[in-house]
Ligand binder design. Structure first.
Ligand code: 5CA
Ligand code: ZN
Length: 409
């Protein structure tokens, strides 16, 4: 699949700091020091009801990761998937009497437009589940042949017992896992499973549903977790730097993915850091497609909101916090954008070299975007109150805000 156009990232003087980031697997903050090429996999959308503010907030976090790495003069190898066939997508298409491929294509196109408007850097490899099927089938066959998977009425399940590290990403107890499994695509109550938590790797063809040739697995379609493992291993290999997504992906999705990869390669975990963004709520409840309490990026754009203001609203919350979207948050972001633009549109100003370092420090410290905004706010206040004579300062501030925060002033 094609991704979306990249906005240019200005180079800043000097060099940024290595990223310290909270890792769910080790439950602590770790310093990532990738080689010349940093590798990141971010779980993409299931293309219906895209792009809501919760999605945008999560992708904003991982966009910041890349901007920090680029500022350390590294290249970034970024891979993202699109879950363009899965139960919830098919259910939505059926509910609305639409063709599921048209629904997926339309929503993916909208997502690309929203990502472009928000200046999110595109992945180098943007891969749909459907196009990944030829790579998924041999992995499932290998898992089955190694005894890490078993068949149940034509479907193939992964055996969580095959992974001695199982639980090492989310650190949940068995009861919590069972509840979340039922909530998030699993089928813990299906009779005949070895362990209620075992996730499906390959679902045999169902009447009226799309299916593909699965070689020795028979016709069917892939499970959700193996999709991301196959795409990540194909394009990044093992031990890449970050696997990212919202906190609702820690279990079962990232846990199961790490287990699949462990059973395939003997290594654990697949990513050096498992990074999870907090959940955005609306009216007191997590913004979610199933509840329908959604604010769409495209709707805000259509109503005339500057995408840079949406981005500033996202940045005003720490990525790990759970927070609630409100009109006030957007209004504050609009006002902040105006103040910042007024400050950098002056022909000269007060020196900004220290500001560049403050923004770098804030972001390298577990992506502390609110601290970065506060640093820019302080410069803006002084700039408006004082008559400076540094001609390069307004340009340097614009480039810093663009390069590190993805906001075009
Ligand atoms: N296709 C899978 C990942 S492989 C999926 O979870 N798709 S999704 O469309 O449901 O979500 C896309 C991303 O947005 C995920 O990282 C998810 O954790 C995140 N997300 C979904 N809802 C919210 C929310 N309310 N707040 C923050 N992030 C969210
Ligand atoms: Zn995923």
């Amino acid at each position: 699949m094609h991704a979306w156009p990249a906005s240019e990232v200005p180079a800043l003087p000097g060099k940024g700091r290595d990223l310290q980031i909270h890792d769910s697997a080790t439950r602590g903050t770790i310093t990532l020091a990738p080689g010349p090429v940093a590798r990141i996999y971010v779980c993409g959308i299931t293309p219906y009801d895209a792009t809501h503010i919760g999605h945008a907030a999560t992708y904003n976090a991982f966009d910041l990761v890349q901007r920090v790495w680029l500022d350390t003069k590294r290249q970034v190898h970024y891979v993202q998937n699109v879950t363009d066939v899965d139960d919830p997508l098919l259910e939505r298409a059926l509910r609305d009497g639409q063709d599921w491929t048209e629904l997926a294509e339309r929503e993916t196109a909208l997502f690309r437009e929203d990502m472009t408007a928000l200046r999110m850097l595109p992945p180098q490899h943007y891969i749909g589940a459907v196009e990944a099927i030829p790579g998924i089938v041999p992995l499932v066959e290998r898992l089955r042949d190694a005894g890490a998977a078993y068949e149940l009425e034509g479907d193939v399940y992964f055996s969580v017992e095959a992974d001695p590290h199982f639980g090492g990403v989310s650190h949940l107890d068995a009861e919590a896992m069972r509840l979340l499994s039922a909530e998030r695509g699993g089928d813990p109550d299906r009779p005949g499973k070895k362990n209620p938590l075992d996730p499906m790797l390959w679902m045999a063809a169902r009447p009226g549903e799309p299916s593909w040739d699965g070689g020795s697995l028979g016709r069917g379609r892939p499970g959700w977790h193996i999709e991301c493992v196959a795409i990540a291993l194909d394009h990044l290999g093992m031990s890449f730097d970050i696997q990212g997504g919202g906190s609702d992906l820690a279990f079962p999705h990232h846990e199961m993915g790490a287990s699949h990869a462990q059973a395939l390669t003997g290594e654990f975990p697949m990513a050096k850091a498992y990074v999870h963004a907090g959940m955005v709520a609306l009216h007191g409840e997590k913004m979610s497609k199933s509840k329908g309490n959604l604010v769409f990026v495209s709707a805000l754009r259509r109503s005339g909101v500057d995408p840079a203001a949406i981005r500033l609203a996202l940045l005003s919350h720490h990525y790990r916090a759970d927070w609630e979207w409100t009109d006030e948050i957007l209004a504050e972001a609009v006002a902040r954008l105006e103040r910042w633009r007024a400050a950098v549109s002056r022909p000269d100003g007060i020196p900004a070299d220290a500001l560049v370092e403050e923004v770098r420090e804030a972001l390298s410290n577990d992506l502390d975007a609110p601290a970065a905004l506060a640093a820019v706010d302080r410069w803006v206040e002084r700039q408006i109150a004082t008559d400076g004579d540094d001609e390069s300062a307004p340009g340097l501030v614009s480039r810093t805000v663009d390069a590190l925060l993805g906001v075009a002033l």
